[in-house]
Design a protein around this ligand. Structure first.
Ligand SMILES: Nc1nc2c(ncn2[C@@H]2O[C@H](COP(=O)(O)OP(=O)(O)OP(=O)(O)O)[C@@H](O)[C@H]2O)c(=O)[nH]1
Ligand SMILES: [Mg+2]
Length: 426
């Protein structure tokens, strides 16, 4: 209920191939190389559009592909690049690589973009390979294959109000009486194991979203209780509603609970602790007299808290509390929200280390792989000797020979690179 989630596949456009071509002119027997480059493939890009609030546009599409680059042609004509494919997502969209589970980005700001599948680079035409020692290169690069991956997008539904408080104080009971949410309620701690969301209607078509954030206890930021996992959910709330058991039925002191939970917020994130907070003193129906209530109210008011005595079970005081929450939400400026939005997690992902790796498949069968190899294999036309020689030259330049020696590859062993298999000769 907390999440809107979709999965789909994206692919960047393949780069266009470079071309092998030579100038032909009247009376000139053999002109110079004039093969143009292939165009780059387009990328698939996600961009934040604040007018969206669900991921439902993605529900019915399983595959998105950006345009390919056009192949180069003779007369030094370069192929056109493929267009990027721009997909709009609502703020609060978190992107994961489905296959590795890796968090790629957390998009929150208007206009923020993230490339989810890079287009392949166009291959160079043979005109680029001309040198004083090589007047007539008979090879060109092929375009790189566009990146392809499965994505999972998650949208965290934004809650306006986060319900916090020790286990068993009545958070779930409260959300169940003010909204349609029906979380489990029981008289033992840690009944609720995951945050629940409820929409609270306040008449006149107005409503706000409340989240029941369970599991907070002293030490939560160090992983005690359910840990701090759910604190992430309240980073985007505007207001915290702190529920205390004023009857202290488990012998706990509500003022101490209040202090402990706030200390956890500070430990987790200083800014979170500065979020506006109201206090609900719950279970007033169990109070034999006013003593606890007066003491707690005084203690809290002394630290500047606005306090509401309620009973989630009988409903006493709940209406007043909700009315106040609703009014306060309207007063909280948008600036407060921007604070929450600063927390953007973006992990660099495309700058993997370049490299060559040698895998041993059997006693005399090896494969040369690694990012540098993959990248250049894509550019290589294996049916063209010159193109293959160029590949080997590049790899040798990056220390292939030494690596092969280190790995103990010997005369007669079979070595694979891409679709090529050859016998190793020292
Ligand atoms: N008498 C009385 N009991 C209440 C009140 N509010 C909640 N309770 C009881 O307190 C117990 C715990 O309530 P929950 O709503 O499950 O508490 P919680 O804060 O969600 O607890 P966790 O999910 O374990 O964190 C239940 O037995 C409720 O019936 C109240 O206002 N008065
Ligand atoms: Mg609960």
């Amino acid at each position: 209920m907390f999440l809107d989630q979709v999965e789909f596949r994206v692919k960047g456009g393949d780069g266009g191939n470079g071309v092998v071509s030579f100038r032909r002119e009247k009376y000139i027997d053999m002109g110079g190389p004039d093969g143009g480059d292939g165009g780059d493939g387009g990328s698939v890009i996600l961009r934040v559009d604040p007018t969206l609030n669900t991921l439902s546009d993605f529900r019915y599409h399983r595959h998105y592909q950006a345009a390919k680059g056009i192949h180069g042609s003779g007369n030094n004509k370069h192929g056109k690049s493929g267009q990027d494919l721009l997909l709009k997502v609502p703020p609060g969209t978190v992107i994961y690589d489905t296959d590795t589970g890796q968090l790629l980005a957390d998009l929150t700001k208007e206009g923020q973009e993230w490339i989810v599948a890079r287009g392949g680079k166009g291959g160079k035409g043979n005109a680029r390979f001309k040198k004083s020692t090589r007047k007539a290169p008979r090879f060109a690069d092929q375009g790189e294959i566009g990146q392809e991956r499965n994505l999972t997008l998650e949208l965290k539904l934004l809650a306006d109000v986060g319900l916090i408080g020790y286990p068993n104080v009545g958070k779930s009971t409260l959300i169940s009486v003010v909204s349609e949410a029906r979380p489990k309620i029981a008289s033992y701690p840690f009944t609720t194991l995951k945050p629940n969301l409820g929409v609270v209607s306040v008449g006149d078509y107005r409503s706000f979203v409340m989240a029941d954030i369970p599991g907070l206890i002293k030490g939560a930021h160090q992983g005690v209780g359910l840990g701090d996992e759910f604190l992430r959910h309240i980073e985007r709330t505007k207001l915290l509603l702190h529920v205390l058991d004023v009857a202290g039925i488990e012998g706990r002191d509500p003022l101490q609970d209040f202090a402990d939970i706030n200390q956890e917020l500070i430990n987790y994130n200083q800014r979170l602790s500065a979020r506006p907070q109201l206090v609900a003193l719950n279970k007033t129906d169990l109070l034999p007299n006013d003593q606890n209530l007066v003491r707690a109210t005084r203690g809290l008011e002394r630290v500047g808290m606005e306090v509401f005595p309620i009973s989630a079970v009988t409903g006493k005081g709940v209406k007043e509390l909700i009315a106040r929450v609703s009014r306060l939400l309207e007063e909280i400026s948008e600036e407060e929200l921007i604070i929450a939005e600063e927390e953007v997690v973006i992990k660099p992902e495309f700058n993997q280390e370049r490299g060559i790796e040698i895998k041993r498949w059997s006693a005399d069968l090896y494969e040369i792989t690694g990012s540098l190899v993959e990248e250049n294999i894509q550019k290589t036309n294996f049916s063209n000797d010159d193109s293959v020689k160029r590949l080997l030259r590049i790899l040798q330049h990056h220390g292939l020979n030494q690596l092969m020696t280190e790995k103990g590859i010997k005369q007669g062993d079979v070595v694979k690179i891409g679709s090529l298999e050859f016998e190793y000769l020292e």
